[in-house]
Design a protein around this ligand. Structure first.
Ligand code: GAP
Length: 473
């Protein structure tokens, strides 16, 4: 069942997955807050990634600081190159990313069936390198401002996406620092520290999960493109010459990870980069079919020795591996896996969303909204329902609830009919609902109902924990 961004937004707010940042003040564009269920889902995604990546012999984790020495960004190229082409409309005063404006124009042509024209513009867009290249397309194609409808465009200029701030009380150029726009650089600058302290040698990896910041111009589509977001990145340091096989290995690993956590194969695709950075040997994106179209959720990049060599040059420190047995030394090549935690969150939410017609309590059909999360990702693992709030049923249900809370995130719900309680849990993706009824007082068993099949089974209460542990892995 395809979900719309509006349906996701509404469910997210209603059930406490995601709220607009500082909503009571009207919100802050491109920033979102994770609510009680959202924070669980996000943590579960990050935990699943962390385990898949670092529970290995040769991958170490780190947590580097968000503020880094400003030379980092000179070395990485972000100060000079991390920018988007911008254009202003003189009548509406609206500012756009020039490439997005052209992409939207292409999409409109495609919708009208003018595919040849659309393809020709796409080719020109792929070749754009300088501001004037984008400007020429916008003028030649007579692209109009979506707000004012006019063609009164300024020149195209580059706009750096890094957020600037100052360390200490004086706001001078020499005190300027940047909020990191990617977690990767925290890994590169710690390459030697990690290799030496953990006695690793290539091939080995360093993994990190953390916040990154980009002053994005267009922040639409909910969590897809935000100004503050979380990344899950791993840099794998390898011997030069092994990059082709390592690239294939990591591409497969990362693709399988999404499938393992329940992504449907038909909403995932691999998209090789058409334009490679001058230092890159290969690059491919894992894309998800969002309600607004295909969008990247992770990039796998073969980056040669570019990053370590840049940091070597700018820091004056050797960043190489030396084999003490034979004296051989080299600057490792790098395979990078760069995923967005928040973007993956949105993809997993879209992927889980389903609506279906089911028979309601009164025998009539009703709509059931169900989030079919993989049990490991589901924010709440089980819900406990005493059939009624009397007759000793709460007293029977509470000890089970308290016991399960030691191991899982579990909810306790006594209000409304059982059917209504099922729907509430389905809508947040809880895999199991456990009902304690009057028979439970005699047979000491409870009914467990599975979210996806809606099938019920009767289980002795003392076996419920091990049943859940087994099903939730
Ligand atoms: N170190 C490489 C790097 O940062 P990237 O393709 O720019 O590569 C990696 O980012 C991932 O980070 C993307 O695939 C996406 O999931 C996520 N990401 C990037 N910009 C984002 C944004 N503005 N909002 C949310 N997620 C973003």
């Amino acid at each position: 069942m395809a979900v719309t961004v509006d349906a996701l937004l509404s469910l997210s707010k209603r059930r406490g997955f995601v709220f607009q940042s500082s909503e009571i003040y009207g919100g802050l564009n491109g920033c979102w807050d994770y609510g009680p269920l959202g924070v669980e889902l996000l943590r579960n995604i990050k935990d699943a990634w962390w385990k898949a990546m670092t529970y290995r012999e040769n991958i170490e984790g780190i947590d580097a600081s968000i503020l880094m020495h400003p030379r980092t960004w000179e070395a990485s190229g972000h100060l000079a190159q991390f920018s988007d082409p911008m254009i202003d409309n003189k009548s509406s005063k609206a500012r756009y990313r020039a490439d997005t404006l052209i992409e939207e124009h292409i999409a409109k042509l495609q919708k009208k069936g003018k595919t040849d024209q659309a393809d020709a513009i796409q080719k020109k867009l792929d070749l754009c390198q300088e501001p004037k290249d984008y400007h020429t397309i916008i003028i030649d194609e007579e692209i109009t401002d979506p707000v004012s409808g006019t063609k009164e465009w300024t020149d195209v200029r580059y706009f750096n996406l890094m957020f600037k701030t100052f360390v200490g009380p004086v706001e001078t150029d020499s005190n300027t620092v940047y909020l990191r726009p990617e977690t990767a650089q925290g890994i590169f600058v710690n390459f030697k520290n990690v290799m030496e302290s953990s006695r690793q040698k290539p091939p080995f990896g360093i993994a990190q999960i953390g916040k990154s910041f980009r002053n994005e111009i267009n922040t639409k589509n909910f969590l897809f493109r935000t100004r503050e977001f979380e990344q899950m990145e791993m840099q794998y340091f390898i011997e030069p010459g092994t990059e082709a096989e390592q690239f294939e290995y990591w591409r497969e690993q990362r693709w399988n990870w999404f499938l393992q956590y329940g992504m449907k194969p038909e909403v995932l695709r691999l998209k090789p980069h058409e334009k490679l950075a001058h230092y890159a040997a290969a690059a491919v994106d894992i894309e998800y079919l969002f309600p607004f179209g295909w969008g990247e959720i992770e990039g796998i990049h073969s980056r040669t020795d570019y990053d370590l060599k840049q940091h070597q040059e700018f820091s004056g420190k050797k960043l190489e591996y030396v084999n003490t047995a034979n004296g051989e030394r080299f600057v490792p090549y790098v395979i990078e896996t760069a995923a967005g935690a928040s973007r993956s969150f949105m993809a997993f939410l879209c992927n889980a969303y389903d609506e279906e017609e089911v028979e309601g309590e009164n025998g009539k059909t009703e709509k059931r909204v169900v989030l079919r999360f993989h049990p490991k990702l589901a924010p709440v693992k089980a819900a406990i329902f005493p059939l009624t709030n009397k007759d000793g049923l709460p007293e029977k249900a509470q000890p089970l609830y308290q016991d399960l809370l030691n191991s899982f995130r579990v909810q306790y719900d006594v209000s409304g009919s059982i059917g209504k309680r099922y729907r509430r849990q389905d809508e947040i993706g809880t895999p199991f609902c456990i009902t304690i009824d009057n028979d439970s007082l005699n047979d000491n068993a409870a009914t467990i109902r599975a979210r996806d099949t809606m099938l019920q089974e009767r289980i002795p209460m003392e076996n419920i924990k091990s049943y859940l542990l087994d099903k939730l892995g």
